[in-house]
Design a protein around this ligand. Structure first.
Ligand SMILES: *Cc1c(COP(=O)(O)O)cnc(C)c1O
Length: 376
């Protein structure tokens, strides 16, 4: 039988129990290793791979339902997916409302190599695919739920179109995590995670991964991605890989608390005169709710909403004791990020991404209520 998520996040990558060895493998620190007469019979050099990374990749690949390759950051994983697939003259479709560095990668780097980068809003990609507008694209990248506005795109619908045209379909699954959504099972060729965020969840490391489908095409992509990582040298080291593997053990527990808090925070914001435009895919009535309920296995812990202006966001942080101003999301601390301050997203000055941590839900709601009340 296959175990449930809560078991797999703890036991994924485990070695058989050998008396005297630790329950969770310790990091193996090495650049070169002792060699035997056949240099490839065992680990020989850490850039192509190392034991600590392998157990992390095994655990994450198991959750994704594919074969995982880890990278030093989420952006390293996204760039690997792009550069391993695309060549000069190819057309790539990316979300116009997704993570801003992905767009910067397209405009600032891929375009320089002769790749034609086209941006389509997350809410329009499925219709564009059905109309045939994506025909001729070599790669289609979705990000769902999108960061930061939390729009949701029908992965299976886009997969039906890319299967017909031969485009590679990749999904940035960062917001949902492999427990919240399984893009490979919905027909994607690649699923990508910025594991800096909820998968590792302690705001203390950078990490990313790409998992490939267990199909002929997926295996071919895996070979290309592995070559890309070996040649560009952007795999994680032993300490980060070990910390990431250790941290993901609590993913199921953390997501459960985060989603519970997110539901309460979304309700609070929806009813409060200081906020408008509340978004959380788990909330009935949210524009993304219907597809999210169909396609996601569980909800994420990120909620977005708009306050009056920049000053209102600063005042919210001043009047709160628990909600900290910080970027990133998915960590154990509850945070607010005024996205307009970074200049990369087309959002209002008072647009806030709330990342629910794992503090007590009632405490978080009470503290946020106090802070919101101070704004009106
Ligand atoms: C943060 C993020 C990334 C980039 O991850 P890094 O680890 O910061 O490089 C990519 N995609 C999404 C959706 C993200 O939120």
């Amino acid at each position: 039988m296959s175990w449930s998520d809560g078991t797999r996040v703890v036991r994924g990558g485990d070695e058989p129990p050998i008396p005297g060895t630790p329950l969770r493998p310790s990091p193996v620190f090495a650049a070169p290793y002792h060699l035997g007469e056949d240099p490839y019979a065992a680990d020989f050099y850490a850039r192509p791979g190392h034991p600590t990374l392998r157990v992390f990749e095994e655990a994450v690949g198991d959750l994704d339902g594919g074969d995982c390759l880890a990278f030093a950051t989420g952006m390293a994983a996204i760039s690997a997916a792009m550069f391993a697939v695309l060549r000069a003259g190819d057309r790539v479709v990316i979300p116009s409302d997704g993570y801003y560095q992905t767009r910067a990668l397209g405009d600032g780097e891929l375009a320089r190599f002769g790749v034609v980068v086209e941006q389509v809003p997350t809410l329009e990609i499925a219709d564009a695919a059905a109309r045939g507008d994506l025909d001729g694209a070599a790669l289609v990248l979705l990000e769902t739920p999108s960061n930061p506005e939390l729009d949701v795109c029908d992965i299976a619908a886009v997969a039906a179109a890319t299967r017909a045209t031969g485009a590679v379909l990749a999904v940035d699954n960062t917001t949902a995590t492999p427990l919240g959504q399984r893009p490979l099972a919905l027909g994607a060729d690649l699923t990508i995670g910025a594991d800096t965020k909820a998968l590792t969840g302690h705001s203390d490391l950078l990490m990313g991964h790409v998992s490939t489908a267990r199909t002929d095409r997926g295996r071919e992509l895996q070979t290309r991605l592995k070559a890309w990582r070996d040649r560009t040298g952007n795999g994680p080291g032993a300490f980060d890989a070990w910390l990431a593997h250790r941290s993901m053990s609590t993913l199921d527990l953390r997501l459960t608390r985060q989603a519970t808090t997110a539901a309460a925070v979304a309700e609070l914001l929806a009813d409060h005169p200081a906020a408008t435009g509340v978004r959380w895919p788990g909330r009935p009535g949210d524009p993304s709710h219907e597809i999210a309920a169909r396609q996601m296995l569980r909800m994420n812990g990120v909620v977005s909403a708009t306050l009056a202006d920049e000053a209102a966001v600063h005042a919210l942080v001043r009047h709160s004791r628990l909600w900290l101003a910080a970027t990133s999301f998915g960590g154990v601390h509850s945070t607010v990020d005024r996205r307009a301050q970074w200049g990369g997203d087309a959002v209002a000055d008072g647009f806030v991404r709330f990342s629910c941590g794992i503090e007590d839900t009632a405490d978080l709601v009470a503290d946020l209520t106090t802070a919101l009340d101070a704004l009106v």
